[in-house]
Design a protein around this ligand. Structure first.
Ligand SMILES: O=P(O)(O)OC[C@@H](O)[C@@H](O)c1c[nH]c2ccccc12
Length: 250
């Protein structure tokens, strides 16, 4: 399975060790809460060159300057740094620090070296995937993340993986509508949100969100959108029309 192959090869990754950070850490949690307090949902816009589910993108990271200026609805950025299946590149993170928007490092992180390197290139938030990491591993990795002053987006797809998530104060919880084992959208986002709400932590809905379905999505604080934005879908305009009323959208 692709995911197993990625994690198995993490120890062989060539990681940037030199400090290329050009600014202090920005809080994704504060950014999302800021949008919510203005009755907006926070949109985390994702940049990736391709994904194993078949998406290919010819844009480069310059497109972020358009979202920031034109839509101003970007609470954060998500940058894929996984090279072998997503054509990711850590230098993409270094280059987007200048937009001064919180950066989520989207990779299959499973060791301290990846967390340290993500800090060095300007990351603010680290993705951890509960479906593929045991609870004590997540706790250990988040201790490292916290020690560097960063936040963690801990995502799950399998509802059973929710119980592995550590509900620490630097944690945001994501629900991935896509099953990374089958690469298919298998949506249990309403049940997932009930689980997340019981923690009192911020919630992010991820994957397969387009202008067609965004208005029907359940009540999350933020949404992480990649392919449809990168394919010039009008999803950002649709997102801007949603009024976040504290307990969801109206
Ligand atoms: O391009 P989409 O369907 O908008 O999906 C974006 C993002 O949710 C997806 O890339 C993703 C969510 N969690 C991940 C974990 C690893 C790699 C990728 C992901």
């Amino acid at each position: 399975m692709i995911v197993d192959d990625i994690y198995k090869n993490n120890d062989k990754k060539i990681l940037i060790k030199r400090n290329m950070r050009s600014r202090g850490i920005l809080s994704m949690r504060s950014s999302i809460m800021n949008f919510n307090s203005n009755k907006k949902i926070g949109i985390i816009a994702e940049f990736k060159r391709r994904s194993p589910s078949g998406f290919v993108n010819n844009e480069n990271t310059d497109i972020f300057k358009y979202y920031d200026v034109i839509h101003n609805s970007i609470a954060g950025m998500s940058i894929l740094t996984e090279e072998r299946y997503f054509n990711g590149n850590q230098m993409d993170v270094v280059s987007v620090q200048r937009y001064n928007i919180p950066i989520l490092i989207k990779d299959f992180v499973s060791n301290d070296e990846m967390i340290e390197s993500s800090y060095m290139i300007g990351g603010d938030v680290i993705l951890l995937i509960a479906d593929f990491l045991e609870r004590d591993k997540i706790e250990m990795l988040n201790r490292k993340i916290k020690s560097l002053g960063m936040e963690a987006l801990i995502e799950f797809h399998d509802l059973k993986a929710f119980e592995r998530i550590t509900t620490d104060e630097n944690v945001i919880i994501g629900y991935n509508r896509r099953n990374l084992k089958t690469l298919k959208i298998e949506d249990e986002s309403f049940d997932a949100h009930d689980l997340i709400r019981s923690t009192g932590l911020l919630s992010v809905l991820e994957s397969g969100i387009t202008s067609e379905n965004i208005l029907k999505m359940p009540r999350y604080n933020a949404m992480l959108i990649g392919s449809s934005i990168l394919s010039n879908d009008s999803v950002l305009k649709s997102a801007g029309m949603i009024k976040y009323d504290g307990f969801g959208y109206s």
